[in-house]
Design a protein around this ligand. Sequence first.
Ligand SMILES: *Cc1c(COP(=O)(O)O)cnc(C)c1O
Length: 415
Amino acid sequence: MSPLLRSLVQVTKRQGKHLLRALHGQQALTPSFACMTLDLDDVAAARQALAERGRWTDDDVVRHFAATFARWNGSQHASAFASGREALTAAVRALALPEGAEILLPGYTCVAVPNALRFAGCVPRFADIELDTFGLSAQAAERALTPNTRALVIQHTYGLVSRDYEALLDLARRKRLRVIEDCAHATGSTWNGKKVGNRGDVAIYSSEQSKVFCTGQGGLVTTNDQAVATRLIAQWQDAGRCRDEHVEHLLYSLIVGYYQHKAPLRHLLGDVLEIMHARHRLQATSEAELRGERPPEYGRRMSPAIAAQGLVQLEKLEHYAVLRRAAWTRWDEWAQREGRDTPRVLAGSQPAALRYPLLVTPTEKRDTTWVETQLAVPAGVWFATHLHPSTQPVTGCPQADLAVARCINLPTLVA
Ligand SMILES: *Cc1c(COP(=O)(O)O)cnc(C)c1O
């Protein structure tokens, strides 16, 4: 199907849904999980970048963005790549592990994570999670160790600081493992006053449109280890650039994303802009990636045009974090009134509150229309599978099985 036709089909479906909701006397607009930190200043920056193509090779902007992020994050070094997954591959390579080293990771994540480890020449090995914060269980990780295990991934899921943060760091110290923190959901989450990502050897962040902040696609690696930083800088310098066509798609996706998810009158404007810019549509994870294949241009550094968007977003991160945490509190109050379990916020931590996870019954997860009817928000199904959105199975992780069957999530930003 041509991009234009695909857009027209989607727009027709969406307008039909708005109409149905209106006929049932329901609110036509529901909040979204995507692009919620975009505002008119982001749109202005994207339009300016589209008008100044001569600057798309000015890597000083990328260095400046990475340095600004490092300072904000309390880290000694940051490098910016084209996506979180590409940042993760760079992060693992910068650890200089032996070829074929095994890396432990939670069996409840997105498929981009094990792929990124494999693309760095390592072997992903899954261990079970805990259901308090949906992170890697230290006990399960210890049981899954083999003589080839060289590193583990601490994933701060939904923006919650991982329950076993300390225990996993301790396990790594005892077994001499390197620690990779996956902060793709947790940019800005703090633990004892310090931002997550600063306790392991290396950490990654994502600014994909459904994450804590949004540049369409984008990723960062941080480290406080000088040797790792030196290798990261070398890799970044060797990394390819994003093609101009891709940068153009990203900038248009930001403009359309704002009008589709955030703008007043988005139920009309979003669709108009989507049809206008149908040929600039992006896909988060390609079919080839779902099969575990390395995309042809994988390993690119961030484009200067996207780094400029990142600088605009960074200014607003704190503002949106406050709003997200306020929504989190309201969801907590609702869950308590309903007699449902609330997610566990680790004492001493302040979560970035990307999404509010909720354990419901498998029936309630199978069909989530009740969420929209009762709460006027959509239900997120992160993660609908162990390696979302891939359906390839992960076995031997019973708590992850439960999360797949029972965890839904609610948005923490409304427009
Ligand atoms: C999204 C995500 C990533 C990868 O980020 P991209 O920017 O989409 O490549 C890594 N880890 C987790 C847990 C994620 O959800």
